[in-house]
Structure formats: C-alpha cells, structure tokens
Design a protein around this ligand. Structure first.
Ligand code: PAF
Length: 297
C-alpha cells in the first residue's frame, strides 16, 4: 500500500512516498500502463531552478517523480550538512502546481541501511574544480544517484547545468554502470540580476545578494572578450574583478573543455569552452558557469 500522508490539514495531498517498495510498485503500474518515467533528483529547498527541471520532465515524459533527500555522503563539511534547509512541506506545496506526480522522500536508514562503501573512479573529472575543494563529494553524489536510479528506474533523468561538473560525472557514471537512463541537461535559471538560482541564495543578506550578481556579470564580460584576449588575460580579469568586490572571494576559476574538464589554453582548441567559478560570498559558497565559446568544426 502507498504510504501517503497529508502534511497539513489544508494541504492538497501530494503523493509523498517514504519507502522503496511503495515507490517501485507505483512505478511498475505506470510502466505497465505504457507510461515513460521522468526523474528529478533533488535535496529539497526547491526553487525556480528545480521547477524548470520538473517542467522539462513533464514535457518529455508521462510520469514525473521528484526525490527529496539531503544526502549525507556528499557533504564533506558536517556544518554544511547540518545547515542544509529541510523544507519538505513547502517543497510538496510548490510541486502541486507542477507536473510532478510523486515525491520520493526517504529517510537516511531507507537509503543507507548499511554504509555505502562503494568507491567510484572518475579520474581527473573528480579531481578538478569542485573535486579539488570538496574531496569525496562526487563519490557521494554517485552513490546516491546510482541508488536512486536503481529504485526509480527512470527512462530520463533531468539535471541542471548549474552543477556542470556534477552533470559530467553523472553522465560518466551512467556510462560506467551501463544504466538504461538518458541524462537530460537543463539550462541554468537565473534571478533577474543574473545570479544563478540556488538554495544557498536564501542564506545571503540583501546586500550580499546584490553584490553576488557580479559573478554572472563578470562571466558575461569574459565571454565578450573571447577571442580577442588570451585565455590567461581573461582568467586574470575574472578573478581580479570578482575579488575587487569586498563581498566576494574567488575559490577557483577555470576555463575547461566541456567533456573531459581539462583546462583550455587556447581559443583555437576544437572543443566547447566553459568558464566555471566558485566564489565565497561571506560564508556562502556559490558556483556558476557559462559557455564562453562553442566548438568550431
Ligand atoms: O544536485 C543535487 O541537488 C544533488 O547533488 C543530487 C543530484 C540531488 C544528489 O544528491
């Protein structure tokens, strides 16, 4: 039987499933009826960025499942895990007006009845950028996403391009494990100021939020300077511009090949070139990226 609970008396019931066998039986029924399954994995604290993934899943598939699970194995900083917002009631309410038909919100014991000791190997993909500053993070992402794919068995799964390195790693994982799921990349959703939507934006003060808009503005400026300025000059310009703002401190800025994440040294290289940045705004760590130049065939 589906474990459906109503979170609040005036809350229109959304199917919130907590256990794996209930979700699997619901999905089996949908598949038997010929429906395709779309899946949007999230850690909750949903915003317009997540909703755009759910909308896209609704356009491309018949039955959309959203998971809400704050995955402990991908946090290398315990205080970050502790501070991560848990807003299931508000999330479920938001999803009512979306194509989501079921929320999967397992607890930790359901997802990890025993510790997951699997070690993935993504080579350089997991050592650069985020991997350099968040050791173990992508192993944790691969652990939880592979478990979720195993449970939901979606035809298509939707990921935001904001977590660009995560997207590349999830694609690599699907290839390594030969999973029968298509990964769909969805565009970054931005606030009016240009700041990329993120659950972390809620932790910024109004003043910080205003200043954080400089990140995207600077990435756009970098794009405007391609190919006139060298890669090195543009890299320096981005870091100097961001760090000149008293609210911001760059952790890394890289211009990489979008498939293997190796550094780009020259605009003539026949690859798509993506600028990726991580910036501290006070204690809040923000990431963003922008395609600077497309591959010329
Ligand atoms: O991008 C996220 O929110 C998480 O890394 C994901 C993919 C839901 C795995 O926990």
């Amino acid at each position: 039987m589906i474990n459906l609970f109503t979170l609040h008396p005036d809350f229109l019931p959304m199917l919130v499933i907590k256990n794996i066998s209930d979700l699997k039986s619901l999905i089996r029924t949908q598949k038997e009826a010929g429906k395709t399954i779309g899946f949007v994995p999230t850690m909750g604290a949903l915003h317009a960025g997540h909703l755009s993934l759910v909308e896209e899943a609704g356009r491309q598939t018949d039955f959309v499942v959203v998971s809400i699970f704050v995955n402990p194995t991908q946090f290398n900083d315990p205080s970050d895990l502790e501070k991560y917002p848990r807003t299931l009631e508000a999330d479920a309410k938001l999803l009512e007006a979306s194509p989501c038909q079921a929320i999967f919100a397992p607890d930790i014991a359901t997802m990890y009845p025993k510790p997951d000791t699997r070690q993935f190997n993504f080579g350089e993909l997991e050592r650069v950028m985020e991997g350099r500053f968040r050791p173990g993070h992508f192993n944790g992402v691969a652990q939880v996403v592979s478990k979720l794919f195993d449970i939901v068995e979606p035809h298509k799964a939707f990921f935001g391009q904001k977590d660009f390195q995560q997207l590349v790693i999830v694609k690599a994982m699907v290839k390594q494990l030969t999973l029968p799921v298509e990964i769909i990349a969805c565009p970054i959703i931005r606030e009016e100021s240009g700041l990329a939507r993120s659950s972390r934006n809620e932790r910024l003060t109004a003043e910080q939020r205003e200043n954080a808009a400089l990140i995207y503005k600077t990435l756009c400026e970098a794009r405007n300077q391609v190919p006139g300025q060298s890669v090195k000059t543009i890299k320096n310009m981005v870091v100097e511009t961001i760090n000149a703002n008293p609210f911001l401190e760059t952790e890394y800025f890289e211009i990489v090949n979008d498939t293997d994440l190796t550094s780009v040294n020259d605009w003539d290289e026949p690859v798509n070139k993506v600028a990726c940045v991580a910036v501290f705004c006070g204690e809040v760590r923000l990431i963003d990226n922008l395609v600077l130049a497309e591959k010329i065939n």
